[in-house]
Ligand binder design. Structure first.
Ligand code: NAP
Ligand code: ZN
Ligand code: ZN
Length: 352
C-alpha cells in the first residue's frame, strides 16, 4: 500500500506539520478513498490542542472528507472505483447495541470509532483523519455525495451539516416554528441554511455585527446581536427551539429566557471549559429544556445529504492549501471564517 502523506500535530503545543504513515491493509468490506477535499471543523482544533484531554498524539485531524474511490475490498458492494463519496466523524461502531440497531451509531453504547483519534476495532491502531492524501473506511460508514453538489462545498456537510440537521429534525423544526441559531461559524451557517430550507422562521444570534448581511443572505429572517440586551429582550418567551453552536464558554440564561413554554435549547458546541450553570428558575417556570446532540447516524447523514442535494445546499467555503492550516486555526479562533475552511488535498499531494 502507498505511503499516506498527511498533516499531524505531534503534541498539544505544536503546529500541524507534514507527517507520513502506512495505511492499514484493505479489508474485505473496505473502500480506499483518494481524498479531494477536507473541511476544517472547530473540533479539529479542540483535538489538536488536546482541549478535551483525550487526544492521542500524533493526531491527523479531519472528518469532513470528500474523495474518489480508488480501490475496494473483495466483498464491498456499495461502492465502486470512481465513485465520489464522503466520510464524516464515524468510521465504525459495535453494530450490536440498541443504539447501533436503531441507526444511531454516534451513540454506540460500546463507543463509536472516530475517523481520527479513534481506535480501529480490528488492529487497535489509532485512526487518522482527512488531512491525508487517502483514507480507508468500511463501506457501511461511507456516504454517497449527490451528483448536483459541488464536492468541495459538500465536504462540510459531513460534520457541520449533519450536526445541525440531526437536532433540527429531531426537535421537529418546520413551518410555523420560530427557531434560533446561535453563532455564525461552520455549524451555525449550515444550521441557518437547513432550518430555512425546512420552512421555519429563522433568527440568527451573532456576536459579530459584520455578519448581519451574510446571515440574511444565508436564510435568516432576522439577525440579533446577542451582546445587545435590548435586542435580545424583544424576543423573550418566543422561541420554540434554539440550536446553540458556540465553541466557547458563555452565559446560557440569555438564550433560555427567549424560549417559550416547553421550548428547548440544544447545545452542540463543546467548549474547552463548561458553561456556568444556568438559573433553575428560568427552566422550571416555563418547563423549558436544555439538551445536547451529537453529530448524527449514518442513515440520517445520507438523508441529510439527499436533503441538501434536493435543496441544492452546500457550505460557503474558503479553500485553503494544506500548509495554510495553522493560520486557518488562528482565524477560526477569532470567528473569522466565511464560513468553513476547506483544504484542497491536491496541495498536500503536490508537496509530497
Ligand atoms: P466555528 O466555525 O469556530 O464557529 C463558532 C461560532 O461561535 C463563531 O463563528 C462565533 O459566531 C461564535 N462564537 C465564538 N466564540 C464565541 C464567544 N466567546 N461567545 C459567543 N459566540 C462565540 O466552530 P464550528 O466548527 O462551527 O464548531 C462549533 C462548536 O461545535 C465547536 O465547539 C465544535 O467542537 C462543536 N462541534 C460539535 C459537534 C457535535 O456533534 N455536537 C460536531 C461538530 C462540532 P459569531 O461570530 O456569529 O458570534
Ligand atoms: Zn466536526
Ligand atoms: Zn453499538
Amino acid at each position: 500500500m502507498n505511503i499516506t502523506h498527511a498533516y499531524a500535530a505531534q503534541d498539544a503545543k505544536s503546529k500541524l506539520a507534514p507527517f507520513e504513515y502506512q495505511p492499514r491493509e484493505l479489508r474485505e468490506h473496505d473502500v480506499q478513498i483518494e481524498v479531494m477535499y477536507c473541511g476544517v471543523c472547530h473540533s479539529d482544533l479542540h483535538q489538536a490542542r488536546n482541549e478535551w484531554k483525550n487526544t492521542v498524539f500524533p493526531v491527523v485531524p479531519g472528518h469532513e472528507i470528500v474523495g474518489r474511490v480508488t480501490a475496494v475490498g473483495g466483498h464491498t458492494h456499495k461502492y465502486k472505483v470512481g465513485d465520489i463519496v464522503g466520510v464524516g466523524c464515524l468510521v465504525d461502531s459495535c453494530r450490536e447495541c440498541d443504539s447501533c440497531k436503531e441507526d444511531l451509531e454516534q451513540y454506540c453504547e460500546n463507543g463509536f470509532t472516530g475517523t481520527y483519534n479513534g481506535q480501529d476495532r480490528v488492529t487497535g491502531e489509532i485512526t487518522y483523519g482527512g488531512y491525508s492524501t487517502q483514507v480507508i473506511v468500511n463501506e457501511d460508514f461511507v456516504l454517497r455525495i449527490p451528483e448536483n453538489l459541488d464536492p468541495a462545498g459538500a465536504a462540510p456537510l459531513l460534520c457541520a451539516g449533519i450536526t445541525t440537521f440531526s437536532p433540527l429534525h429531531h426537535w421537529k423544526v418546520g413551518p410555523g416554528k420560530k427557531v434560533g441559531i446561535v453563532g455564525l461559524g461552520g455549524l451555525g451557517h449550515m444550521g441557518v441554511k437547513i432550518a430555512h430550507a425546512m420552512g421555519a422562521h429563522v433568527v440568527l444570534f451573532t456576536t459579530s455585527p459584520s455578519k448581519i448581511e451574510d446571515g440574511k443572505r444565508l436564510g435568516a429572517d432576522e439577525v440579533v446581536i446577542s451582546k445587545d440586551a435590548e435586542q435580545m429582550a424583544q424576543h423573550t418567551n418566543t422561541f420554540d427551539f434554539i440550536l446553540n453552536t458556540v465553541a466557547a464558554q458563555h452565559d446560557l440564561d440569555q438564550f433560555i429566557t427567549l424560549l417559550r413554554r416547553d421550548g428547548t435549547m440544544t447545545l452542540v458546541g463543546v467548549p474547552e471549559h463548561s458553561h456556568p450553570s444556568p438559573q433553575v428558575f428560568n427552566l422550571i417556570f416555563k418547563r423549558r429544556s436544555i439538551a445536547g446532540s451529537l453529530i448524527g447516524g449514518i442513515k440520517e447523514t445520507q438523508e441529510m445529504l439527499d436533503f441538501c442535494g434536493k435543496h441544492n445546499l452546500t457550505s460557503d467555503i474558503e479553500m485553503i492549501k494544506m500548509d495554510e492550516i495553522n493560520e486557518a486555526y488562528e482565524r477560526m479562533l477569532k470567528s473569522d471564517v466565511k464560513y468553513r475552511f476547506v483544504i484542497d488535498i491536491d496541495t498536500l499531494r503536490a508537496a509530497g
